[in-house]
Design a protein around this ligand. Structure first.
Ligand SMILES: [Zn+2]
Length: 53
């Protein structure tokens, strides 16, 4: 688990922000975990509609 997972779990980060962060952190978290995070973000998008402005 990384910072992105933690923020998503808390609802403190939108999936859009998380995807941007993942782009920057992909090498740090590793390819395998990056894939897991993408799966988590897809599931979160489906469970939670995007935040309105
Ligand atoms: Zn993580």
């Amino acid at each position: 688990m990384c910072m992105i997972c933690v923020e998503i779990a808390k609802g403190a980060m939108t999936t859009r922000e998380a995807r941007r962060a993942l782009g920057e952190m992909r090498e740090k978290v590793g390819a395998q975990h990056a894939t897991e995070v993408e799966t988590l973000l897809d599931a979160t998008d489906q469970a939670r509609p995007p935040t309105r402005p």
